[in-house]
Design a protein around this ligand. Structure first.
Ligand code: UDX
Length: 442
């Protein structure tokens, strides 16, 4: 039961190392020799809690191998995962170049029955295309009768909790039309599913759509709550009470009801857009999904609008703003589609200076934002020292536990724009802050 995982990026690395943690022998393959060299030396290119430990332990114990030798990995593995990136193309569809390249390579080397498993988030119909590419390659090699199966097995990993999510999923989804493949996949996931995790089998297109539908549903909940937060502010309601009130309805539940400055990250923005494109390719109207996206775009501008309103002018050149949080969410260094990047861009464009601070993402943010107008701080208190206001973009725990007295003393003016509602507006008012947040400006 050897496993090959093609793509040593976020999903591939978590998938490969987690399978090795379950006791399987895993080859993690990447075409980039630099990434493989780093991994061989125990250097993990991404920040993900727990990942380094799992990778090092399993590599040392010989179950996890990093290699650029895709031929050997493909030929010795029963399970071949495709876990390469599917970035947004210009027209918002998912760019499948890496997926199809992986399929081409599998077809070039396959010499035994294997199951090819799509882990990457791919539009409906991609598994079918992967199958066709492999079949064509086998035909070219004149081994057209070599048996193989392609299945869809989407991941639902949250950054920051990816290892936990992998080992304790809500469900395993497998899309396949092959009885043999389904049985083997059941065996593969047996160490996980034995702990009451449902193993849900469906056809290929349904499995592919399930991934997009899950992300779009979660994104829709966030946009919905952001819209309700706007109504809350207009009428002096408290979105937190509303959130609690509706969350207690068990048909709704509490998860993913926190308003904020819009969803970001590598999945929601890309996947909602890609689903809209997939639908439009077949002339299916998607007014709801388009609104989810539109509301999110508008919400991402909200904090900056509040800043302009507070200071009463768009020329901000005499001000310095401290920004706490650059990552798109806590416990990650990922800044892809992070609202902080847009907000800082706007602030700098309007002439102000920024003191940015993030426990993990300073380096990546620096690569994108550069030094013009932005200074980076490791210490949150050093970042606010002498700033005219504090802007909170990510709800890292250390920010939530901040010493508010110290914050007030260090800021030139006690003004906080909180895009994540991490403090209680009443307490903030009592402490003497001008506190602007989302849906709780009572
Ligand atoms: C998401 C999905 O949760 C995961 O299943 C999928 O495989 C990949 O995409 P991730 O992008 O890591 O995971 O982050 P998640 O925790 O889901 O948050 C996504 C975005 O929504 C973040 O920008 C977060 O700040 C925002 N969010 C989340 C809210 O604004 N409010 C909420 O209540 C929850």
């Amino acid at each position: 039961m050897k496993i090959c995982v093609i793509g040593a990026g976020y999903v591939g690395l978590v998938t490969g190392s987690s399978f090795s943690e379950l006791g399987y022998e895993v080859f993690c393959v990447d075409i980039n020799p630099e990434i493989i060299a780093k991994l061989k030396n125990g250097i993990i290119p991404i920040y993900e809690p727990g990942l380094e430990k799992v990778v090092k332990k399993n590599a040392e114990e010989g179950r996890l191998t990093f290699t650029t030798d895709i031929r050997k990995a493909v030929q010795t593995s029963l399970f071949i995962f495709i876990a390469v990136g599917t970035p947004s193309a210009e027209d918002h569809s998912a760019d499948l170049t890496h997926v199809f390249n992986a399929a081409e390579q599998i077809g070039s080397y396959l010499n035994n029955y294997s199951i090819i498993i799509n882990k990457s988030t791919v539009p409906i119909g991609t598994s079918k295309k992967v199958k066709e590419i492999i079949r064509l390659a086998l035909n070219r090699r004149e081994i057209a009768d070599l048996d193989f199966d392609v299945v869809s097995n989407p991941e639902f990993l949250r950054e920051g909790k990816a290892i936990i999510d992998f080992l304790n999923p809500d469900r395993i989804i497998v899309g396949s039309d092959s009885f043999q493949a389904i049985e083997l996949m059941k065996n593969l996931y047996q160490p996980i599913t034995s702990k009451d995790t449902p193993f849900l089998v469906m056809d290929l297109p349904s499995a592919e759509l399930t991934k997009y539908a899950a992300n779009a549903m979660l994104a829709a909940r966030i946009s919905f709550m952001n819209e309700i937060a706007g109504i809350s502010d207009a009428y002096g309601a408290d979105i937190q009470m509303v959130q609690e009130g509706i969350g207690m309805d068990h048909r709704i539940g509490h998860a993913f009801l926190s308003p904020g400055i819009g969803y970001g990250g590598s999945c929601f923005p890309k996947d909602v857009k890609s689903l809209i494109k997939t639908a439009s390719d077949k002339m299916v109207p998607t007014p709801l999904l388009e609104s989810v996206e539109k509301v999110n775009q508008r919400q991402r501008k909200k904090l900056f609008e509040m800043i302009i309103e507070q200071f009463g002018k768009s020329d901000l050149s005499i001000f310095t703003f401290a920004v706490w949080g650059l990552a798109f969410k806590p416990e990650t260094d990922d800044i892809r589609e992070a609202p902080s990047i847009d907000i800082i861009g706007e602030i700098v464009k309007h002439g102000a200076k920024v003191h940015a601070c993030d426990p993990a993402a300073n380096h990546k943010a620096h690569n994108v934002l550069g030094d013009a107008g932005v200074k980076y701080f490791q210490d949150p208190y050093a970042a606010i020292s002498g700033a005219d206001a504090l802007i909170i973009c990510t709800e890292w725990l250390q920010f939530q536990l901040a010493d508010l007295g110290r914050v007030k003393n260090l800021l030139r003016k006690p003004i906080i724009f909180d895009g994540r509602n991490i403090f209680d507006p009443k307490v903030m008012k009592e402490t003497g802050f001008v506190y602007k947040c989302i849906g709780r400006n009572l």
